[in-house]
Design a binder for this molecule. Structure first.
Ligand SMILES: Cc1cc2nc3c(=O)[nH]c(=O)nc-3n(C[C@H](O)[C@H](O)[C@H](O)COP(=O)(O)O)c2cc1C
Length: 285
C-alpha cells in the first residue's frame, strides 16, 4: 500500500500511532508494531509521579473512564532506564510530556532535544501552577507562550495535544502561531463513574473509547477547515473504517488507544481493514 505522508520532516508510512498511556512504557511486547508509524509514550514529568490511588479505571457503555494520575518514573529515570528499552521495540518514539508550568515543559523539552526521540507531544490538559492552577488549555495566551518557549528549545517534531473541554479553535490558532508542527485532537472527555452506592464513591476521570468517537470526529472535521496544522486524531479508533473516517474528515494520521486495552492484538486487524478500504477507495492511486 502506498500510504505516505510527512509532518515536517517526520515520515509516516502508516496512518497509525499508538496513543499515550495505553501501552505502558515498554514493559511488555506489543504485537503488530510493524504496522505503526510511532509509539507515543505515557506522560513523562520532571519528577517521578506516583499516580492516583485505586480505583483508576471504570467501564462505561462503549468506553472507559481512567484516572491514572500520570504515574511515571520522572524524566531522568525515563531517559536512563525506559527509553533504551522502548527504542528496542523498533518504531520511532514520540514522548508525551506533562508539566505544571512553562518552566517544567521547557526543562523537559531541553532534556529531549538531544535524546534519541523523534518528537514530543505536549499534554496541555494540566494545571498551570504559575497562573494559580488554571489549566493551560483554558487560555490561548498561556498556550501561545508555552509553545513559543518550547519551540525555542526543541527543533524536532512538536505536537500539542488539545483538551476537548477547551476552546479548541482559539487554542489551535495559538499553537499554529507559536510554531507547533501538529495538533493531536483530542484527549479524553471529563466523566464520572459511580463506583459504589454504599458507601457512595465516585471515580472522576477521562472518558475514552468508541463513546467519544463522534465527538472527536466533529472536532477534527471543524478544526481541519480552520487551521493549517496537520491533525492527528485520537478518540475511539477501533476499526479500519474509523481510521478512514478520520482521514476523510481532515486528519493526517490517527492514534490507537483504548482499542489496545480491549484487544492487545488489534493493531494488525485495524491496519489490514484500513488497507483494504484505502485500496477500495483508490485513495493511494
Ligand atoms: C489508561 C489511559 C492512560 C492515558 N494516559 C495518557 C497520558 O499519560 N497522556 C496523555 O496525553 N493522554 C493519555 N491518555 C489519553 C489517550 O492517549 C487518548 O488520547 C485517549 O484515550 C483517546 O483515545 P482512545 O479513545 O483511542 O483511547 C490515556 C488514556 C488512557 C485510556
Amino acid at each position: 500500500m502506498n500510504f505516505y505522508v510527512k509532518i515536517g520532516d517526520f515520515e509516516l508510512r502508516s496512518p497509525l500511532l499508538l496513543a499515550s498511556g495505553t501501552w505502558g512504557l515498554g514493559e511488555k511486547e506489543i504485537s503488530g508494531l510493524e504496522y505503526i508509524s510511532a509509539l507515543i509514550t505515557k506522560g513523562v514529568s520532571k519528577d517521578p509521579m506516583p499516580g492516583n490511588p485505586p480505583p483508576r479505571l471504570a467501564e462505561a457503555p462503549c468506553g472507559l473512564i481512567n484516572s491514572i494520575g500520570l504515574e511515571n518514573p520522572g524524566v531522568e529515570t525515563f531517559l536512563k532506564e525506559y527509553l533504551p528499552r522502548i527504542k528496542k521495540l523498533g518504531p520511532k518514539v514520540i514522548v508525551n510530556l506533562h508539566g505544571e508550568s512553562i518552566e517544567d515543559f521547557c526543562y523537559l523539552a531541553e532534556r529531549f532535544e538531544n535524546a534519541d526521540v523523534s518528537g514530543i507531544e505536549l499534554n496541555i490538559s494540566c494545571p498551570n501552577v504559575r497562573k494559580g492552577g488554571i489549566h493551560f488549555s483554558e487560555s490561548a495566551k498561556d498556550v501561545f507562550e508555552l509553545v513559543n518557549e518550547v519551540r525555542k528549545r526543541f527543533s524536532k517534531l512538536l505536537i500539542v495535544k488539545l483538551s476537548p473541554r477547551s476552546n479548541v479553535f482559539d487554542i489551535a490558532f495559538a499553537c499554529e502561531e507559536a510554531g507547533a508542527d501538529a495538533l493531536t485532537v483530542a484527549n479524553t472527555y471529563p466523566a464520572l463513574a459511580v463506583v459504589s452506592l454504599k458507601p457512595f464513591k465516585v471515580l472522576l476521570g477521562g472518558l475514552s473509547g468508541p463513546a467519544i468517537k463522534p465527538l472527536t470526529l466533529r472536532l477534527v472535521y471543524e478544526l481541519s477547515q480552520k487551521v493549517k496544522l496537520p491533525i492527528i486524531a485520537s478518540g475511539g479508533v477501533m476499526t479500519g473504517r474509523d481510521v478512514v473516517e478520520y482521514l476523510a474528515c481532515g486528519a493526517t494520521a490517527v492514534q490507537v488507544g483504548t482499542a489496545l486495552l480491549i484487544d492487545p492484538l488489534g493493531i494488525k486487524k485495524i491496519y489490514k481493514e484500513f488497507e483494504e478500504l484505502y485500496q477500495e477507495l483508490e485513495w493511494g492511486s
